[in-house]
Each structure stands twice: as C-alpha cells, then as structure tokens.
Design a protein around this ligand. Sequence first.
Ligand code: HEM
Ligand SMILES: *[C@@H]1O[C@H](CO)[C@@H](O)[C@H](O)[C@H]1NC(C)=O
Ligand SMILES: *[C@@H]1O[C@H](CO)[C@@H](O)[C@H](O)[C@H]1NC(C)=O
Ligand SMILES: *[C@@H]1O[C@H](CO)[C@@H](O)[C@H](O)[C@H]1NC(C)=O
Ligand SMILES: *[C@@H]1O[C@H](CO)[C@@H](O)[C@H](O)[C@H]1NC(C)=O
Ligand SMILES: *[C@@H]1O[C@H](CO)[C@@H](O)[C@H](O)[C@H]1NC(C)=O
Ligand SMILES: *[C@@H]1O[C@H](CO)[C@@H](O)[C@H](O)[C@H]1NC(C)=O
Length: 326
Amino acid sequence: MASPSLSSSSIIMLAVITYLLGAFTGSSDAQLTTNFYSNSCPQLFFTVRLVVENATQVEPRMGASLLRLFFHDCFVNGCDASVLLDDTSNFTGEKSAVPNNNSLRGFDVIDQIKTAVENACPRVVSCADILAIAARDSVVLLGGPTWNVKLGRRDAKTASLSDANSHLPPPTLNLTSLISNFQNHGLNSTDLVALSGAHTIGLARCTSFRTHIYNESNIDTSFAQTRQSSCPSTSGSGDNNLAPLDFQTPTAFDNNYFKNLVNQKGLLHSDQQLFSGDSTNALVQTYSTNPNMFNTDFMTAMIKMGDISPLTGSNGEIRVNCRKIN
Ligand code: HEM
Ligand SMILES: *[C@@H]1O[C@H](CO)[C@@H](O)[C@H](O)[C@H]1NC(C)=O
Ligand SMILES: *[C@@H]1O[C@H](CO)[C@@H](O)[C@H](O)[C@H]1NC(C)=O
Ligand SMILES: *[C@@H]1O[C@H](CO)[C@@H](O)[C@H](O)[C@H]1NC(C)=O
Ligand SMILES: *[C@@H]1O[C@H](CO)[C@@H](O)[C@H](O)[C@H]1NC(C)=O
Ligand SMILES: *[C@@H]1O[C@H](CO)[C@@H](O)[C@H](O)[C@H]1NC(C)=O
Ligand SMILES: *[C@@H]1O[C@H](CO)[C@@H](O)[C@H](O)[C@H]1NC(C)=O
C-alpha cells in the first residue's frame, strides 16, 4: 500500500534513478531506440539501403539471405552479430553449425555495408544493428512492409557453436516444438506464424525438405512430384539442389506462402505444420486472405525478435570488421 502515497515527483525521481543505474551498469534493460545514431551517423540508413539495393538488384535472393541472417543472429543468444564471426585457429564461431553450414549466405554483402558505413562514420555503428537494418531493407525492396528499426545494439566478443546447433529450430520440428522453441525466445504463436511468413522469399536445399516430399501425407501429390524431380530420395549429389520456399513468387514478399500452406504446398515440414494444428490453422487462413494483417503482424514480430537480449551500454563492442573481434 506504499505506492498510492508516493507523490508524482518522487515517482519521476525513482524513474530517473532507475534509468541512470541502467545506463551506468550497462543493464540489459536498456532500451533500443529508433534514433540511436541520428547524431552520430545521420547517413546510416541511406548508406545501408544503397548497398542492399545493389545487392538485391544483382541477385533478388540476397534479400532473403540477409533476412535469414538476422533471424539466425537473434535466435542464438540475442541479436549481437555473433553469427558473423569467422572461425580461426583459436576461435570457433557459429558458421559451421548444422543450420548454418553451406546454407547461410550474405556475409560478403554485410562486409560491403560495413565498409560503406565505416567510411561514413568510423567506429560508431555495430554489426548487429547493420543486420537489423539490412533485414528491414530487404523486406521493403522485395515488396514487403516497412517499419522503424530499433537500434543501439553492440557486438558480441563471443559466439557459441553449440547454442547455434541447439537454439535454432530445425525444419523437422512439429507444431508443439516450434511453438515452444519460439516461446523460449520470448515469441508467441502469433509471432511464429507471422515470422514464418519470411519463407515467402528465398530457397531451400533438398536436404531440408526431402523427408517432407517423399514420406509425408500432408502434401499435395502433384506438388510433391514436382519437387521430387529435382530432389532425389537418397542423399548424395542432389543434396544441395535448391527449390523455392514459395513456389509462386519466390522473390516477392507477399502472402502467397500462406495460400500455399492452405493448399498443402508448403515446402518444409515445419511450414506445413503451421496449418496442421488447431492453435495456428486459423491464423494461417487469415494471413492467406488478408495481406495487411500479415504485414502488420510480421512487423510487430520482427521488432520483438530484434529486441532479443541485445548488448547495450558498455557491454560488447563496436566491431571494426564484422568477421572478427576487435
Ligand atoms: C519457424 C521456424 C523456422 C524454421 C524451421 C526454418 C527453417 C529454414 C530452412 C530449413 C531453410 C532452408 C535452408 C537451406 O536449405 O539451406 C530456411 C530458409 C530461410 N529462412 Fe527459415 N526457418 C524458420 C524461421 C524463419 C524466420 C523466423 C525467418 C526470418 C524472419 C526465416 C527466414 C528464412 C529465409 C528468408 C530463408 C531463405 C534464405 C535464402 O534463400 O538464402 N526463417 N529456413
Ligand atoms: C554491387 O554488387 C556487386 C555484387 O555484389 C558488387 O560487386 C559491386 O561492387 C556492388 N556495387 C556497389 C556500388 O556497391
Ligand atoms: C588468437 O589468435 C590471434 C592471431 O590469429 C591472436 O591475435 C589472438 O590474441 C588469439 N586469441 C587468443 C584468445 O588466444
Ligand atoms: C561444413 O561444410 C563443409 C563444406 O561442405 C564440410 O567440409 C564440413 O565438414 C561441414 N562442417 C560441419 C561441421 O558439418
Ligand atoms: C512433437 O515432438 C516432440 C519432440 O520430438 C514429441 O515429444 C511430441 O510428442 C510431438 N508432439 C506431437 C503432437 O506430435
Ligand atoms: C502475441 O503477442 C502479441 C504482442 O506482441 C499479441 O498482440 C498477440 O495477441 C499474442 N498472441 C498470442 C497467441 O498470445
Ligand atoms: C522414408 O521412410 C522410410 C521408412 O521409415 C525410410 O526408410 C526412408 O529413408 C525415408 N525416406 C526419406 C526420403 O525420408
């Protein structure tokens, strides 16, 4: 019963003290803000956008690859650019983890962005923030919605191969496990379905969907046959053959992914799972007919994902080269 008797000025004072304590201790409660670099690097957004624009013009798939990089960063101990660190003789990063090896791409484009940003504002902008902006720009350039990206993350001095192997969801998961994997990252089932909509762009390797197209029944027969024609049933030379995650418009950020799921034409087992359980069926159906609702929920979920355990204050560092610790 103490709080009702607090005067409003003492509440403000408490808020100020709490804020200052957070700032001095580098507390992880520190908030990301959309204007974090507005004084220190006013050219930031323009600079990133130019490189992403060029990269997606050269190869539209690159937009998908950059979006996925951000996801694989955030789901492994937070959005801290740990995913970008190269292995060295005395350091093992996350790049050779099962979900990443021979699969993650776009590192060279991140290098191009970092070079351009360092030229404009040396030693100011983190690689973790560059990933967040590049992911947003990629979505916009491929026709998706735009949102204000929260910034102020710093870069990790560590990475974890074993956490990359255990925290990223494999495509073999069922709906229950997908929901709990996302819950472990502070994301709910709405976020799961909306973020999975990222699979409206990009490609997957035969190894990622072989079992689904040969051994499962919740898939359209002729769609399965089409996919089988370029993905042999046994492992070997065809393992890395690629197929679009959204067979209709693989380079457009739209809601066709959800229409595919309703028609049993999801490429990954995990995709089709979203239309297999009571808790998410209705939402898949809604997004399949209401692109605005998908866009709104996708933006909300991207901002939530970008908030996962950032390093702020004096934690971490601003890497000069995204591939290595300073
Ligand atoms: C829900 C759980 C998820 C699973 C199980 C999953 C799994 C996968 C798999 C297996 C691939 C193909 C990798 C390969 O064969 O090389 C892939 C590609 C992709 N994923 Fe996911 N993913 C999930 C969620 C997400 C999220 C949340 C995003 C981003 C917000 C995302 C964005 C992408 C993109 C854009 C690609 C295509 C990348 C490219 O073409 O380079 N995924 N995902
Ligand atoms: C555009 O992208 C290509 C391919 O990644 C790269 O070689 C070239 O340097 C880029 N140009 C600019 C102006 O960024
Ligand atoms: C790892 O090796 C690099 C040189 O390749 C060296 O600069 C660095 O100090 C080493 N780090 C540790 C932790 O031994
Ligand atoms: C990653 O891929 C490379 C190239 O295919 C392969 O030589 C290596 O064994 C793979 N690493 C792991 C940990 O699977
Ligand atoms: C989902 O997968 C988990 C882990 O493999 C398993 O324990 C659970 O029984 C599965 N749930 C359903 C509904 O199939
Ligand atoms: C998930 O969280 C969002 C807020 O971020 C909320 O709007 C939505 O209703 C939640 N979904 C579920 C199923 O709880
Ligand atoms: C399909 O299932 C059978 C029986 O479990 C198994 O032997 C086979 O390897 C599976 N094939 C694929 C492509 O997953």
